[in-house]
Design a protein around this ligand. Structure first.
Ligand code: NAD
Length: 484
């Protein structure tokens, strides 16, 4: 197990505090080591600046070759990656295996995106030629969340490196193990030392990194942290800041003919990865009356039938939450909304001390007052009953966030309305809110980000455009009133 810092292609113990992560299914340590202190972070930044000089001048074709070899190396390590993620943060092995596959697939998508969105273009002009190219920013700090500790940082690192930047990766302290495997895959792929450095640790390490002379911060995590970074870099437009944050995502179900299919979509939207996806549905909006009652009953059936277990138990749908602390936070959140008038149709319970296991939960908040517009990162969905479709859309949009949303309906006219009126960067019809294509941008308005969506559009924030007018030789300039 490698801890501390990875600088210039070498691991060494960090000078900061020791920390560990426990597997939330067993309570046993899945990672332990020392964090990087401010000196380690400074050394990583120096290394990344030094490496930038060479890497940014390396021809794109060579950078692509190295990243394609990295994809192969990730493929060879897919089993290790999946196990490391599951042990650290608890998700079912099939879920982590899908994450490992997405990490590998990211390279081809990023190459295509760079060529399409941040490539080169020449156009003939009367004076000669107009040319567009893109330049890398420099040293990018990459902060990852715990729920996709490999895929989401990888989704910043790969396009950043392809564009010619170098990176300093601060993995989530709640799921640190995958970083070592990523570093070893880069090494085997021939990435020059210093192009990717890793600094392990929590907030203190992150604080040192944002104080360091970096050229960009690529962040995926909670809105609270993203807003903090936004304030920190206020007045510094020269630092590129890409913020991918959370959501309070609505799912409307409006009279589809297949109640069971609608309930499947709702339950998967709410409970996938134990509700620990940024795109999970947090609010379910249903019509008052018998149809809405039937949908709730069908969702309750599914929630009760969900198999929960440790990550390596066959055929589980849900693992635990990331930590025991997260489990108690989920219980507290439920208690708070119940105290404000919510009715727990299926209560969330935290089952075993020392672990993160919780049960899926459905709380009707139709009559409740003052429910905060906050993301609870767990398997709890709040139900709101409304009398008409106008009210459904209004409730869906009653949030400061705008990450994902969905409508389950057969009616094309209703969908046409939702498609134009619902405020969500990921807006799905008859599909779970938590489904997104890697070949599309990912992000949303409001508190969900700063309009620098990731995934396919990550190419946009990894390079700046440079437009040139090119003439083969200097010729005399003419203009009305200009002396000839
Ligand atoms: P988090 O914001 O707590 O932590 C993310 C990273 O920021 C971690 O590396 C953490 O150490 C660091 N950090 C936190 N506070 C810091 C501070 N004050 N100074 C410096 N560094 C700091 O997020 P999390 O709990 O790991 O992840 C879950 C959150 O991420 C959810 O809100 C979820 O919605 C969001 N998320 C968003 C997306 C997206 O693409 N929009 C995807 C996945 C997760």
């Amino acid at each position: 197990m490698k801890d501390g810092v990875y600088i210039d292609g070498k691991w060494r113990a960090g000078g900061g505090a020791a920390f560990s992560k426990a597997c939330p299914a067993t309570g046993e340590a899945s990672w332990q080591g020392r964090s990087a202190d401010a000196e380690d972070v400074a050394a990583a930044v120096v290394s990344a600046h030094r490496a930038f000089a060479g890497w940014s001048r390396t021809p794109l074709s060579e950078r692509i070759d190295i990243l394609e070899r990295y994809a192969e190396e990730l493929g060879k390590r897919a089993g290790d990656i999946a196990e490391a993620i599951s042990r650290d943060m608890g998700k079912a092995l099939w879920d982590s295996q899908a994450e490992a596959a997405t990490m590998k697939a990211k390279i081809a998508v990023s190459v295509a995106a760079l060529k399409e969105r941040a490539g080169e273009r020449d156009e003939a002009a009367a004076f000669g030629q107009a040319r567009l190219t893109h330049r890398p920013h420099g040293v990018m700090a990459v902060f990852g969340p715990f729920n996709f500790p490999g895929h989401l940082p990888n989704g910043h690192i790969v396009p950043a490196l392809l564009a010619g930047n170098t990176c300093i990766f601060k993995p989530s302290e709640l799921a640190p193990s995958v970083a070592e495997i990523m570093a070893s895959a880069f090494e085997a792929a021939g990435l020059p030392p210093g192009c990717l450095n890793v600094v392990h640790g929590g907030r203190e390490t992150g604080a040192a990194l944002i104080e360091a002379p970096i050229n960009g911060l690529l962040f995926t995590g909670s809105a609270a942290t993203g807003v903090f970074f936004h304030k920190h870099f206020a007045g510094r437009p020269e630092v590129i800041l890409a913020l991918e944050m959370g959501g309070n995502n609505p799912l409307i179900i409006w009279d589809p003919s297949d109640v069971d299919a609608a309930a499947d979509i709702a339950a998967q939207s709410a409970f996938l990865t134990t509700g620990q996806r940024c795109s999970c549905a947090r609010r379910l909006i249903l019509p008052s009356g018998a149809f809405g009652d039937a949908v709730i009953e069908a969702i309750v059936d599914r929630a009760k039938g969900i198999r929960i277990g440790a990550w390596n138990t066959p055929d589980i749908f849900m693992g635990p939450l990331v930590s025991e602390q997260a489990a108690w936070q989920a219980v507290d959140f439920q208690d708070m909304i119940v105290s404000r008038g919510g009715k727990a149709i299926l209560p969330l319970t935290a089952s075993q001390s020392g672990t993160g296991f919780v049960s899926p939960s459905i709380v009707d908040v139709t009559q409740a007052q003052d429910i905060p517009d906050e993301e609870l990162f767990g398997p709890l969905i709040q139900v709101v009953r409304v009398s008409g479709f106008d009210a459904a859309i209004a409730r869906a949009n009653a949030t400061k966030y705008g990450l994902s949303g969905g409508l389950v309906c057969d009616d094309d006219t209703l969908w046409a309305r939702a498609y134009t009126e619902m405020k969500a960067g990921i807006l799905n019809r008859n599909r779970p809110t938590a489904g997104a294509s890697g070949a599309m941008p990912f992000g949303g308005p409001g508190l969900s980000g700063n309009f620098r969506p990731g995934a396919y559009y990550a190419a946009d924030y990894c390079a700046w455009p440079q437009a040139s007018q090119l003439a083969p030789k200097a010729v005399r300039m003419t203009a009305p009133g200009f002396p000839s």
